[in-house]
Design a protein around this ligand. Sequence first.
Ligand code: ZN
Length: 164
Amino acid sequence: MTSQSDRTFRFSLGNNVYLVSKPFGDCLLIHVRLYENVNVPTKKGLALTLSRWKTLTQVFDDVDSHLQRGDTTIFDRHLGGNYYVSVKDDRIDLRKWYMADDGDLRATRKGINLSCEQWHELKENARELNRLLCEELDRVVECFHQNQETFYDCAECCPNGALA
Ligand SMILES: [Zn+2]
């Protein structure tokens, strides 16, 4: 199931959803994805770059405290690009969004909606995955912008431009 050399690791989150690290070209992607018949990945899920994955692990506590408060307002955290983690009705949604012509962010099909149990498993297994990938994660360079101009030009921080 796991192999050290190609950095492919897989953890079950329950109900056929898996947390998987897998190389893609020169980079490593972290998938949260529904599988079919244990070994067949479906289109239902998303793939995060290491930088977005790292950001997600950094907002685990924010998501948890929102869940614990029983706060019913919609909550989200930006992971980079058009990827967000959001909470609605006790479900945790990991998803790519896009900016529609009217300027609203709309959900794409690239994503997955997790139960609280699956979210819990994600957090537990993230610890082990991050330990296995600590060298790769250490190499992730986090965005730092000296001024607003470079922030607005950054596809990672501001994917839809200055008006977004
Ligand atoms: Zn940036």
